[in-house]
Design a protein around this ligand. Structure first.
Ligand code: ADP
Ligand code: AMP
Length: 219
């Protein structure tokens, strides 16, 4: 089973992808994480990628398509994957279908997590992740059960992303509306788009997604 989760920054894509990964044994492919790793390498291309992330702008389609095409060829993806942050443009959406077809694979589900723009800044400003295992938290909406201790791995160090500030979030949101939201009709017209209410609690959104994945599996 292969799927992608779409939605603006802060919609809950990473949060839900981590849960789906655990429940369904799929591989989580976060293009944001891959790019942050590339940026940390400090190669010429890594530095360019880092500058785009810091500015809240999208990395070029050619880089992204090559990155995903290469990654989904790895053996671990044969058990199924969740794309988190890809596709983000029409060009990426079309290329994804083509590359999957070439590899004899397909995208089984496209899930849109919809939320209102007004709550995005609060979601993003409060985000933090465990350094050791990457588990995502929120200061207010999803703090660790024991203060400053990761629920999943017991880690005690947390990190906030440099691009998770109000100014850059607004640019990222603009990029979403200008470049990513236009891909929704591509999937809707082909009857492939399923929507969940990203304003609901994290547990509730998880249930809505599970209903889609389980419902279709038995249908
Ligand atoms: P995305 O990957 O779409 O950018 P995240 O999954 O990282 O978003 O979520 C952004 C922040 O909002 C995180 O701090 C997360 O804990 C929190 N969050 C995610 N889903 C919800 C929700 N349904 N209700 C409240 N907070 C949420
Ligand atoms: P994310 O972790 O999904 O919030 O992504 C962080 C940043 O990585 C974005 O603001 C973009 O600069 C870049 N990025 C992630 N995925 C893509 C993509 N599919 N296409 C272009 N840029 C991307």
């Amino acid at each position: 089973m292969n799927l992608t989760v779409l939605g603006p920054p802060g919609a809950g894509k990473g949060t839900q992808a981590q849960r789906i990964k655990k429940s369904y044994g799929l591989v989580q492919l976060s293009t944001g994480d891959m790019l942050r790793d590339a940026a940390a390498s400090k190669t010429k291309i890594g530095r360019q990628v880092g500058q785009l992330i810091d500015a809240g702008e999208l990395v070029s389609d050619s880089i992204m398509i090559e990155m995903i095409s290469e990654r989904i060829s790895h053996d671990d993806c044969a058990k199924g994957f969740i794309l988190d942050g890809f596709p983000r443009t029409n060009c990426q959406a079309v290329a994804l279908d083509m590359m999957l077809e070439e590899k004899g694979m397909k995208l089984d589900y496209v899930i849109e997590i919809s939320i209102d723009d007004e709550i995005i800044v609060e979601r993003i400003i409060g985000r933090l992740n465990c350094v050791k295992c990457g588990a995502g938290y929120h200061d207010k909406f999803h703090p660790p059960a024991v203060e400053e201790v990761c629920d999943d791995c017991g880690g005690t160090e947390f990190v906030r992303r440099a691009d998770d500030n109000e100014k850059v979030v607004r640019t990222r949101l603009q990029a979403y509306h200008a470049q990513t939201a236009p891909i929704l009709p591509y999937y809707r017209e082909r009857n492939r788009l399923r929507q969940v209410d990203g304003m609901a609690s994290i547990d509730e959104v998880e249930k809505q997604i599970a209903a889609i994945l389980d419902g279709s599996r038995t249908a």
